[in-house]
Design a protein. Structure first.
Length: 345
């Protein structure tokens, strides 16, 4: 296929993702298995499995977490064109498809298709108020080459999708296919679905990005060299209180379909914490905890950062149904060094 042309608005997957007949080198394979679910929910089981996979990845890569973004991207002003000129090609490989084609978010250098419009996919998250760009980022696509070898070799595999996710039925049509990735998938709205789960982008960024106001406040990733240098797991100060992954959608008891995990106070997504435990996280309780911290802070700092480009509106994918505004999981103050809740039962 020919490279897609870059456009000024936020890019959707059909506009940015292209297939190319190119070879790749796979990382060594690691496997994690939990033998018995013991009656826990599907999401609990799968998040626990992903927690073990993350630990295996960290053991192999010097304690680091997975990231799609080059560690020195901040040094060069978060500029994709620098990497193209330097003949370096960050790429998110989704998998081999029919006919041997490799599907990926390509950056368009060294003869590759694609272009720098795909840079929005490599960042853990995008600090933009444009809703078509802010909801994409590598925090949503852990099931790509590089990390998925620790779980499954396929983009569409049961490990990546909760049975409570409305996309599960469509994704499941691909679980037994002979190839790693397929697009479009007729059973999925729009032909595509990301995993049911989402990394905490705050914990994938240098802690200085989401600094507390008392320490100087938010720093744009383009403004300092180490912004995209992924923290090590050992930097987590509150492992039982900092979320690592959670269900991206409001999958149970939502008043309407298609809502994100933080669209209302009654939402309680299952979350994986840095201590390896999995538990429901109440958005109402998270809001109350944040209120307590802000009230006690002389500088107005809370559990999540409200001086990013999102401001006090916080981050949300879908409009809240009851006025909830929270950066829980996504904008944790201090990133991996912060916490998302005050206590747990």
């Amino acid at each position: 296929m020919n490279p897609m042309q870059r456009i000024n608005r936020g890019l959707t997957l059909p506009e940015t993702m292209v297939a190319a007949g190119a070879g790749v080198v796979m990382l060594a394979v690691g496997t994690t298995v939990i033998a018995n679910r013991g009656g826990v929910s599907d999401s609990q089981y799968k998040l626990a499995e992903l927690g073990q996979a993350n630990e295996c990845y960290a053991n192999d890569w010097g304690g680091s977490q997975w990231s799609a973004m080059p560690a020195d991207a901040g040094l060069h002003g978060d500029d994709c064109n620098y990497y193209r000129l330097a003949n370096q090609c960050p790429t998110l490989y989704l998998g081999r498809g029919q006919g041997g084609a490799v599907w990926a978010y390509f950056s368009g250098c060294s003869g590759q298709p694609g272009n720098c419009g795909n840079w929005v996919q490599y960042r853990p998250m995008n600090f933009t108020t444009d809703p078509t760009s802010r909801t994409v980022g590598s925090c949503r696509v852990m099931n790509v080459w590089g990390f998925r070898e620790y779980v499954s070799h396929r983009f569409y595999a049961p490990e990546w999708f909760s049975e409570d996710d409305p996309n599960y039925a469509g994704a499941s049509t691909q679980f037994e296919e002979a190839f790693e990735f397929n697009y479009p998938v007729a059973a999925l709205d729009g032909g595509f679905a990301n995993s049911s789960f989402c990394y905490s982008p705050a914990a994938m960024l240098h802690p200085g990005v989401l600094r507390a106001r008392a320490e100087g406040g938010f720093q744009a990733p383009a403004s300092f060299a180490d912004s995209y240098r992924t923290p090590t797991v050992t930097q987590c100060v509150h492992p039982a209180l900092k979320t690592r992954m959670l269900e991206y959608g409001w999958y149970r008891g939502a008043p309407q379909a298609g809502l994100a995990f933080n669209a209302g106070r009654k939402s309680s997504p299952y979350a994986l914490y840095f201590d390896g435990s999995v538990q429901m996280a109440s958005m109402a309780s998270a809001e109350a905890d944040d209120d307590i911290v802000r009230a006690a802070s002389k500088t107005g700092d809370g559990l999540w950062s409200d001086d990013t480009p999102f401001g006090a509106e916080a981050w949300f994918d879908t409009d809240p149904v009851d006025g909830l505004r929270t950066g829980f999981h996504m904008l944790t103050t201090g990133g991996i060094t912060g916490r998302d809740i005050l206590t747990r039962e």
